[in-house]
Each structure stands twice: as C-alpha cells, then as structure tokens.
Design a protein around this ligand. Structure first.
Ligand SMILES: [Zn+2]
Length: 306
C-alpha cells in the first residue's frame, strides 16, 4: 500500500499575509499517522488548534479560511495545495499571525521548502483516499462545479474561467493530477487581481499585503508585472492550484473528475461540504506501484532546481 507521509524534521518559513499585510512566521513539524493537518495559533493564549476539516471551513471570500469558534487561520489554500501535491498527510503548522504567508502567490516556495529543503518521509499507516461514488454538483448563478466518479484511481480537473477582460478572457485547462505534472504545470501559477479591483479591496481591508511580488496584476492593456506570465494561461492554472487546495479540506486526496466553470473558493467549499453531507464517497487505499506513479515524490533533486 502507498503510505502516509509527513516531513522529516521541523522547519520554518517567513513571509507576509496577503490580506492582513502582517509579517508571519510559519513553523512546520512532523505529526503522527492519521492525525491530519493541524494549524496552531502560537500567538494566542492556550495556542488553539485548528484542524483541516470540512467542519472548520469559514469564509470563502477571496481565500479559504478555517475557523474554530472565533479563532481563524486565513489563506490556507496554496499551502494545502502543495501538501496535497507532495502527498503530505500529517503535519503540525504553527503560525504567529492569523494568515499563512503568501510568498510569491503560487505554491512553488512551499514545494521547494517541503521537498527540497526539509524532505518528506513515509510513515507506517496506509494512505487514505476519497473515492467519489456519485455525482455531486453545486452552482451559483451561471457558475457551476461538480465532481463525478471515475473508474480508475485518478483525479481529473477540467476548469474553465471566463473573465470579461481582454487580457484573460476564456481559458480552459484539463489537468490530470500527478506530483510531477503538478510541479511542472500548476505549482508556479500565481494568484491574480485586476488593477481596477485593487483600490476597492484595500478600502475593504483586503489584499493589504498584496504587491507585484506576490500577484499578477492585470491592467487594461496587459499585466503590470515586469516579468512575464509564468505560463501563457497562468490564470486558469492558478484556479486549478486553488481547487486542489480546497479539495484537501476533505482531509485526503480525491479520486474523481472535477468539472468547474467560473468556480471560486465559495463554490469549492459548497462542493466539499456536499460531498460529505451526501456521503458521496468511500475511503480507499492504493497499491504501492500505482500510488508511487501518481504521488512520485522521489523526483530527482535536479527537478527542483528551476
Ligand atoms: Zn489562489
């Protein structure tokens, strides 16, 4: 069986929160098998814990927030996406601020930290997967999102975005998950915002830590960042990065086909909650040979030097 994973040793990373603008230190530590991903707010008395769980999903406006009572951890999605990709099941994540650092707006810094710098180790328990057993769909106005069963153990994501903006427009991408494909095709895609939106967000107290260093800013006639887009269709690829992070709110990787049209965090959250409510899944394990082909985290170090 493919085994569960955690990090080899403790490590930390410094950055700032995209929405709060606060400087934040994130400390990650190994955790025992079957314990899942747990955030700890080290800055609060009693160091409250917030487990990654569908029951703890909070606000979905512009980011994924986890709540236990009034205790929050914001903007967890890019980090969770990187954990999904590297097959990390169990982890303690300590923060000294309410928000996960945004880094460069993609999952790449987290991938580097986990895979190249600290390393990942296998644990004794079998890795669990959420196998979708019936179709579940959610929608809001013209946006929709659904997940349906597939006959092989794989995750397919067919994502279409439509932004009435000449730089973005309609983009579609069909992604079949594997660690290698995620790192190559998805991990570098940055979050994005329209220049015309930025001042409105600042007034509402969002994106206070946002800059050209951690987001693609789309002006009327092109992007404002000095460096080019990292992929021609970076926008739709980032939406796939986001939804992989949101799927991981289920606590395990998913086997199924996801079809998304203009979906965002709010719809993503509705879908994972509905999958649980409707018991539209079963928990399965995966033979080692098949599992290692999908979660091939033992990629050669040169793969990470880019
Ligand atoms: Zn994002």
């Amino acid at each position: 069986m493919l085994k569960q994973r955690t990090v080899r040793e403790e490590t930390s990373i410094l950055g700032k929160g995209l929405h709060s603008g606060n400087r934040v230190s994130m400390n990650i530590k190994p955790a025992p098998p079957n314990s899942g991903i747990t955030f700890v707010r080290n800055d609060l008395s009693g160091k409250p814990k917030i487990k990654v769980d569908v029951d703890n999903i909070g606000d979905g406006f512009l980011a994924t927030t986890l709540n236990v009572g009034r205790i929050q951890v914001k903007t967890v999605e890019h980090f969770l996406s990187a954990l999904y990709a590297l097959g990390v099941d169990n982890l303690i994540v300590e923060l000294d601020s309410p928000e996960v650092p945004i880094m460069d707006g993609s999952a790449r810094p987290f991938i580097y930290l986990l895979r190249r710098d600290v390393g990942i180790k296998e644990q004794k328990a079998a890795k669990k997967f959420i196998k979708i057993t019936k179709r579940v769909e959610v929608s809001d106005d013209d946006k929709y999102l659904r997940v349906e069963p597939v006959d092989a153990p794989r995750l397919l994501i067919d994502f279409t975005i439509f932004f009435p903006h000449r730089v973005i427009g309609i983009q579609n991408y069909l992604f079949e998950f594997s660690t290698r494909r995620y790192i190559e095709e998805i991990s570098k895609a940055r979050t994005f915002v329209a220049e015309s939106e930025v001042k409105r967000l600042w007034k509402k107290g969002y994106a206070l830590g946002g800059s050209l260093d951690n987001a693609v800013v789309v002006g009327d006639f092109g992007i404002l960042n000095k460096d080019d887009l990292r992929y021609e269709n970076e926008f739709v690829r980032h939406k796939i990065l986001d939804i992989i992070g949101d799927l991981y709110l289920l606590g395990s990787p998913v086997f199924g086909k996801v079809v998304a049209y203009k979906s965002g965090h709010t719809l993503n959250h509705m879908l994972v909650k509905k999958v649980v409510q409707e018991k539209a899944y079963e928990i399965v394990t995966l033979p080692l040979e098949k599992g290692e082909k999908i979660f091939n985290f033992k990629l050669e170090p040169a793969f990470f030097t880019d």
